[in-house]
Design a protein around this ligand. Structure first.
Ligand SMILES: *Cc1c(COP(=O)(O)O)cnc(C)c1O
Length: 500
């Protein structure tokens, strides 16, 4: 199968080349030229398979240039019981007759980004080999929290790769900082940048566009790459868990063969929900997609009006991984909605770039509305939802997942739809313990308590075990204490790679 750019269909690459490149030269994203099929009997067959077998069944249909051995090797390295603390990898939790949580946070950093970032490094290094690339990959990441740690864990000790993560000195939570500065591995580097997230991100972008610096790297046989969510190698693994959830529910006889389900996704960059949409295109019987946002509700407005407008106030919320005003993966969805009209997609993206706004035509609006329902929840509503979920069902969810649940509740009340519904649960409540405890017990309860006390408290209240990776932070040594100025970032990279 070939991959095309969303902005220029003349560009055609193998999946290995698309994964190696990440982004197309003219700024477009890579998409498969057609979405492969899963026949009903193949979907039924998944019920008896392990998570890794399911992953192989799906991924082989997209990554057709990978051999069976290569794919199974990548999958086997990524999804292990040791890393995920459960053999199911992505288990389904039944909340009520109609509502099921798909727990995507059992990986090493306790958030759903592990589902993709555990396998991406292997897909990437395999792609490098397949395309005869001799250089070593250097992954540069600017992070506001979750992605940096998930990328560090994914790339640690992966042969042929180095990873350097920059985080804003005063822009990540205490636990996120601890997670990063205690990172182990022979090929990892972590540095704080004086400033905010934009400073760190601009610094990384500058390195990516500095031709002289890239030439220096090239002379030393290094090649820059990024691990961000526009890489096809991050998106395709996310399709697997929607099939896996359906298969688990079939196996438990919660669903009849072919019975439709709804899917709710707490959304930021539109990657996770797009993966669910691709699953439907392949044949998974999904009735409705419910797109849930926090107060940064640019997607809620887009789905209801067809106008995408990022010219609005940015809100810092208790679901920080969804604090996004430009949802990059929407571009892939628009390409599909216009039946592959690359010129139209390029024009909309150009308008977004120039004026921060575009409006899709009526046909696309109608198509989107027939598939999607969208809503948002502010912080108060999110808090109230965490509390209600605990009181009604004795189940504790994190702030992002609570946005999804709040929006689903609204949808169910307004429509009366009783279709069984899978809500993507995107982070462990332990990862956002402070907000979760405030929701459950009030502000006074958390005052003056350190991270580890809060983890213990949350474990007591929820009856859930503290994830090992978070509990271990208490005894891990701090390995990185570098704080740099923004303009020192290239030097930090050079020092780490021992080049000059
Ligand atoms: C990244 C993230 C999201 C948003 O996912 P997208 O694929 O960007 O829409 C939601 N919840 C959590 C916990 C995340 O880390």
């Amino acid at each position: 199968m070939q991959y095309l750019s969303t902005r220029d269909k003349q560009i055609k690459l193998s999946s290995a080349e698309a994964i190696k490149k990440g982004l197309s030269v003219e700024g477009g994203l890579f998409v498969p030229e057609q979405i492969p099929n899963m026949e009903p009997h193949e979907i039924e067959g998944l019920a008896e398979q392990s998570y890794n077998e399911r992953a192989y069944t799906i991924l082989r249909k997209f990554l057709t240039d990978f051999t069976e051995e290569e794919l199974k090797d990548c999958i086997g390295r990524a999804y292990t019981k040791e890393k995920f603390e459960t053999a199911n990898i992505a288990p389904v939790y039944k909340l009520s007759e109609a509502v099921y949580f798909l727990e995507l946070w059992h990986g090493p950093t306790c958030a759903f980004k592990d589902m993709a970032l555990q396998i991406l490094p292997h897909l990437l290094t395999t792609s490098m080999k397949k395309t005869n690339e001799q250089d070593e990959v250097v992954i540069l990441v600017a992070t506001s929290g979750d992605t940096g740690k998930a990328a560090l864990e994914g790339f640690r000790d992966v042969n042929g790769t180095r990873i350097i993560v920059f985080y804003p000195d005063n822009g990540v939570s205490e636990i996120q900082k601890l997670q990063m500065v205690t990172q182990e591995g022979n090929n990892v580097g972590v540095a704080a940048v004086k400033g905010n997230f934009d400073d760190a991100q601009n610094g990384v972008k500058k390195i990516f566009t500095d031709e002289a610096y890239k030439a220096l790297l090239s002379r030393n046989q290094f090649k820059l790459s990024s691990a961000n969510s526009i890489n096809w190698g991050r998106l395709v693994p996310q399709i697997v868990y929607y099939f896996s959830a359906y298969a688990d529910m079939r196996k438990a006889e919660e669903l009849k063969p072919g019975e439709p389900v709804n899917v709710v996704v707490p959304t930021g960059n539109f990657g996770n929900i797009l993966a669910a949409y691709y699953a439907k295109k392949m044949g998974l019987p999904i009735a409705k997609f419910i797109c849930a946002s926090n107060e940064n509700n640019v997607l809620t407005d887009f789905i209801s009006t067809g106008v995408y407008d990022k010219n609005r106030a940015f809100h810092t919320t208790i679901s920080p991984s969804m604090d996004i005003l430009i949802s990059s993966n929407l571009e892939r969805f628009l390409f599909d909605m216009t039946d592959g009209n690359a010129g139209q997609v390029a024009a909309w993206m150009q308008a977004l770039n120039a004026g921060g706004r575009y409006e899709v035509d009526d046909a696309v609006k109608a198509k989107i509305k027939s598939l999607f329902w969208a809503g948002f929840a502010d912080d108060d509503k999110t808090m109230a939802t965490i509390k209600a979920c605990k009181e009604q069902f004795d189940y504790v969810i994190d702030t992002h997942t609570a946005v999804g649940k709040a929006v689903y509740d609204k949808y169910a009340a307004l429509t009366g739809d009783k279709t069984k519904t899978i809500i993507a649960s995107t982070a462990s409540p332990f990862k956002f313990n402070q907000s979760v405890l405030i929701a459950l017990k009030g502000r006074n309860f958390v005052a003056g308590k350190d991270e580890f006390t809060l983890l213990e408290e949350l474990s007591g209240i929820s009856g859930m075990r503290i994830p090992k990776s978070l509990a271990d932070l208490k005894v891990k040594s701090r390995l990185f204490n570098l704080v740099c100025e923004k303009d020192q970032m290239p030097q930090v990279v050079s020092d780490f790679l021992k080049i000059d």
